[in-house]
Design a protein around this ligand. Structure first.
Ligand SMILES: C[S@@+](CC[C@H](N)C(=O)[O-])C[C@H]1O[C@@H](n2cnc3c(N)ncnc32)[C@H](O)[C@@H]1O
Length: 343
């Protein structure tokens, strides 16, 4: 077992030898404040990270919950009921929040390789402020997209137009960034296309065609279409969705799949500074990327751990956290832990 002293009073323990940590560790989760943890990570990971996704609190002034199902036999058996815990509170002062984000994004820039990219998931409350801060840190020329993630959730406003999208700001570290649109192409499919004629070419490939100015334009059903900067094909997680972990603000895996597949390769390091329920970490793990996750909520730690250990290709992952929390660090598949957080 290795013990680490982190600068902000956290003692981290890892149940493995340093060689295993360095060579084969698939991912590391840090329970702690993002800025404190990042300062600790910079010396090791400067210019090493391919992709950073972050989904910080949106300055909503709300408490966000973790709903823990309970059943007739404690945490198991007919789990029809749940206990709500406050997972985190999003009541930051706007100026404090902007200062914190400026510091975080400055450190994020240092972590990225020259091929690396950053995606900042935000909404209408802060997107304008973040754009200016990011332009400053990354350079205006390195801004690539403002992705609009449009969803259809219930509830309609009557005093203004309903707010049904989030904004994801996408920046590269340098001109030499890695981006693979092929990895996220979607087959055009067999839907009937208005004003077009269906046909088959000499090789038997089905296409839809339209003539304009004497020229024929063909759209093959098996060709891939590439997502634009408006993503309206990824639904919000509804309450009954099996992906749900009980952690409020959980994002769909499909969203992270698109980001991770297009902006990283297997073996690259993917980082999420506000890991929450562990969507990024879980998708990164499934797609063969290394990952680092940070979050200050104990419910995030437990949700991520449970989620990751359900992942069949987990062999060696590490959790670093404050020793005052009476839980065992989990490495490999042999963890045993009995505590109230063992849900
Ligand atoms: C919007 S949620 C992230 C949700 C996540 N993307 C998912 O799919 O589950 C924001 C997270 O930031 C964490 N957080 C807020 N302030 C933090 C801080 N200063 N340091 C570390 N984590 C923080 C919260 O605990 C919360 O889990």
């Amino acid at each position: 077992m290795q013990r680490y002293k982190l600068p902000y009073g956290v003692n981290a323990e890892i149940y493995s030898s340093p060689e295993i940590i360095d060579q084969s560790i698939q991912g590391k989760y840090y329970l702690g404040d993002v800025l404190e943890t990042l300062r600790h990570l910079i010396p090791e990971y400067r210019n090493q990270v391919q992709l950073i996704y972050m989904d910080p609190p949106f300055f909503t002034g709300q408490d966000f919950k973790f709903r823990q199902p309970i059943g007739t036999k404690g945490w198991s058996g007919d789990r029809k009921h749940s206990i709500s815990h406050i997972a985190y509170t999003d009541k930051e002062d706007r100026d404090d929040f902007l200062n914190m984000m400026t510091e975080i994004l400055t450190l994020a820039h240092k972590l990225l390789t020259d091929e690396g990219c950053l995606y900042l998931h935000i909404d209408y409350r802060l997107s304008a402020y973040m754009r200016i801060i990011l332009d400053d840190i990354f350079g205006v020329d390195n801004f690539l997209n403002e992705i609009i993630w449009h969803y259809r959730t219930g509830g309609r406003a009557k005093r203004y137009f309903s707010r049904k999208h989030d904004n994801i700001l996408f920046y590269r570290k340098s001109k030499g960034y890695y981006f693979n649109i092929e990895a996220v192409g979607i087959p055009r499919g067999a839907d009937r296309k208005n004003n077009m004629k269906q046909g088959k070419d000499a090789n038997g490939r089905v296409f839809w065609s339209i003539k304009s100015n004497g020229k024929e334009y063909r759209y093959y059903e098996d060709d891939k279409v590439y997502p634009s900067d408006v993503w309206d094909d990824i639904p919000h997680l509804h309450q009954q969705n099996p992906e749900r972990t009980g952690y409020d603000t959980q994002k769909p895996e499909k969203l992270l799949e698109r980001i991770i597949l297009s902006s990283s390769r297997p073996g690259d390091i993917v980082v999420d500074f506000f890991a929450g329920s562990g969507t990024t970490l879980s998708v990164a793990q499934r797609l063969g990327r290394h990952w680092l996750g940070i979050d200050s909520s104990i419910f995030s730690l437990h949700t991520c751990r449970k989620r990751l250990l359900n992942n069949k290709n987990v062999i060696n992952i590490g959790f670093f956290y404050n020793k005052t929390i009476p839980v065992l660090s989990t490495m490999q598949r042999n963890y045993q832990e009995l505590s109230i957080y063992n849900f």
